[in-house]
Design a protein around this ligand. Structure first.
Ligand SMILES: [Fe+2]
Length: 342
């Protein structure tokens, strides 16, 4: 088995992923039905994650969830393809690829794809902390024993049917519904009621020369949910690092990358993701144009961003956004010139 195949999530069990990470893919995960919606499990307690679950939700036209709420968990819903509506702050709101709807714990929310739409409405959901009760009906959590049924998880991994997210990058900046946008609201208001974010607007951070934005983070109103986005140009790279307390699922949204995981460099394509539970050494994005070993050339930049929970205070400290244990609320700055990346 090649080094990469060895690290593909479906070929690893939860202990291996917890210890050394894996390469996941938004189109690959065990599928269950949650709130009436086909849901693929990308990062979750069944594969080594303890502090967040990342799922992919696919709503065909006409499909909708009931309104639901999680008393102890927040949820962020990032639209990756198609368009549809979310129930946010008491109204149904249309969102498009690049938008993130954020729901604090105990806030009623829902999702629907109106019947007149022609395309699937596809979202990436981050739930933090993870809720084992979500996995009970499908048999992956055994309530009486208080544990995941990892044998059932591994059996289901053999039967994964790939999803249909296109490699085309539909993510765009969007500022519709200004009254719901996080950058027009106070952080404590976002914290109470939720808001609309967009992956191209957040607090600035220089990650070793790669421009990054803190999108969903306590400075802008979330508590446990975190999402950051970075652009990796030719020559950019991150040193290998770990996060002391945060599990992280970093997705390649456009282009490709060479990701570092557990002492291996692994070439990654669009919609693959580094699954790096806390403590697992990971790095990149190293744009593979810069690879000097195989002289592989890539003319495109890489759009790379991920969900981490609990929030990465280690990065906020480096960014100068924490003083005396207080997190500042810096302006959200639009990330320009990166949306057309394919
Ligand atoms: Fe990281």
């Amino acid at each position: 088995m090649s080094s990469k195949e060895n690290y593909i999530a479906r070929n690893r069990n939860h202990e291996e992923i917890r210890r050394g990470g894996a390469i996941g893919n938004l189109n690959e995960g065990i599928e269950i039905i949650l709130h009436n919606i086909p849901t693929r499990l990308i990062a979750w307690p069944g594969n080594g994650f303890q502090t967040e679950s990342v799922h992919v939700l696919t709503l065909a036209p006409g499909l909708e969830s009931p309104l639901y709420q999680y008393q102890i968990s927040e949820e962020a819903l990032l639209c990756v393809q198609g368009k549809g509506e979310v129930y946010l702050r008491g109204q149904w709101v249309e969102i498009e690829p690049g938008d993130i709807a954020y729901f604090p714990e105990d806030i009623s929310h829902g999702i629907r794809n109106p019947i007149h739409n022609k395309e699937d409405f596809i979202l990436v959901s981050a739930i933090t902390p993870p809720l084992v009760s979500l996995y009970e009906a499908s048999g992956f959590y055994i309530t009486e024993l208080g544990k995941m049924d990892f044998d059932a998880v591994e059996a289901a991994q053999e039967l994964i049917v790939p999803g249909n997210i296109s490699k085309k990058n539909y993510l765009r900046y969007n500022e519709s519904h200004p009254e719901l946008r996080a950058w027009n609201l106070k952080a404590d208001d976002v914290r109470r009621e939720g808001a609309l974010f967009n992956i191209f607007k957040g607090a600035e951070f220089d990650a070793n020369g790669s421009p990054m934005r803190f999108i969903l983070w306590p400075g802008h109103g979330s508590r446990q949910c975190g999402f950051h986005l970075t652009r990796c140009s030719s020559g950019d790279m991150f040193a290998a690092h770990t996060h002391p307390v945060s599990d992280e699922c970093v997705v390649v949204w456009a282009g490709s990358a060479r990701g570092f995981l557990d002492n291996h460099w692994l070439e990654m394509d669009t919609h693959e993701c580094l699954l790096a539970p806390c403590g697992v050494p990971h790095g990149g994005p190293l744009n593979i144009k810069t690879d000097t070993v195989s002289a592989h050339q890539q003319a495109k930049d890489t759009l790379w961003g991920g969900f981490a929970s609990p929030p990465q205070g280690d990065l906020y400290l480096r960014g100068g956004y924490i003083k005396d244990q207080r997190i500042s609320d810096p302006p959200a700055i639009r990330f320009k010139d990166i949306e057309p990346l394919q």
